[in-house]
Design a protein around this ligand. Structure first.
Ligand code: NDP
Length: 277
């Protein structure tokens, strides 16, 4: 019988994770049954359902909005990446039965940038837009991949400042509001705000995009996101959306659970074709 896995979130209906993990299982020959489960909002509901899932023999969970911090609190052991990020998107039990938490969002983004799109972070000056859960998860992997500077710009500057303090021992970080972003070209600009979800774009100076800049939106969709359109219109060298990040973070979760890392480029192309078809 296949081992049971699931993604817990709210909303969850449009999650691509079951499609992605079914493809990984087929590709690797692993016996995996992966479903999406809606978890109602309410005190203790998420925690009760996680416990029930594992008590009934479930092997691993992905956790998405808005439960990543709850998952962090539940995990008795956390990877270094999850520990500092304050968010867990991958849960499993180790051989001793301990509930373990990891965060694969950062690895997913770094992998998509470097391996799939040939953008090196070594020596890169990075502008990070947003200071929410997703950005928290990518700061450490970016600095470890060699980024020499990260400017975090956020609507609520205090949240960006908080992240600067949290990660300052790892590299050169600074915080500002969108209107105070220095007018100079960055090597890599990442949109980690959820503004694109509302069809919006933070107010950004044109000068941050140079002819060699790579612009990445964590969001993705059938159409180019507002941020991707904005970056293309300003002549960015590369403009990429977050579909590859989604698939790479899933591949890293699969590796943690099954010990085998699936190949991703073909699946990224397939799902992109499905999205636009
Ligand atoms: P959070 O809710 O934790 O953070 C949202 C961030 O967006 C905050 O910095 C918030 O600013 C900012 N924001 C929200 N609305 C606006 C707006 N209208 N204008 C400017 N800033 C705004 O979300 P997450 O960090 O979890 O997710 C962020 C994005 O990343 C989402 O689009 C999500 O879909 C995507 N994502 C993609 C993944 C992938 O695999 N491709 C993985 C994880 C996330 P403030 O602090 O001021 O409220």
């Amino acid at each position: 019988m296949a081992d049971r896995y699931a993604v817990f979130g709210n909303p969850i209906k449009h999650s691509k994770s079951p499609r992605i993990h079914a493809a990984f299982a087929e590709q690797t020959g692993e016996a995996v049954d992966y479903r999406a489960q809606l978890v109602e909002l309410g005190t203790g509901v998420f925690e009760q359902q996680v416990e029930q899932f594992f008590a009934e023999g479930g092997k691993g969970l992905n956790i998405t909005v808005p439960f990543k911090q709850n998952a962090w609190r539940m995990a008795s052991w956390r990877s270094a990446a999850a520990e500092r990020a304050g968010a867990v998107n991958t849960l499993y039990r180790n051989e001793l039965g301990t509930l373990c938490g990891d965060n694969t969002d950062g690895v997913g983004l770094v992998c998509d940038l470097q391996n799939n799109n040939g953008i090196s972070l070594k020596g890169a000056r990075v502008l990070m837009l947003g200071a929410g859960g997703a950005v928290r998860g990518v700061l450490e992997p970016f600095l470890k991949a060699g980024a020499v500077e990260i400017v975090i710009a956020n609507r609520t500057v205090a949240k960006a400042q908080e992240l600067v303090e949290l990660f300052s021992d790892l590299g050169q970080l600074s915080a500002c509001g969108f209107e105070d972003i220095e007018a100079r070209a960055f090597d890599v600009i990442v949109n980690g705000t959820s503004a694109s979800l509302q069809g919006e774009l933070p107010p950004l100076p044109d000068a941050i995009v140079g002819a060699d800049s790579a612009c990445y939106d964590m969001m993705y969709g059938a159409q180019p996101t507002p941020f991707c359109n904005w970056a293309s219109q300003r002549g960015a060298a590369k403009v990429i959306d977050g579909l590859g990040m989604l698939i790479e973070q899933a591949a890293e979760s699969f590796r943690i659970w099954r010990g085998v890392k699936p190949q991703t480029p073909e699946l990224i192309a397939q799902i992109r074709a499905e999205l636009s078809g």
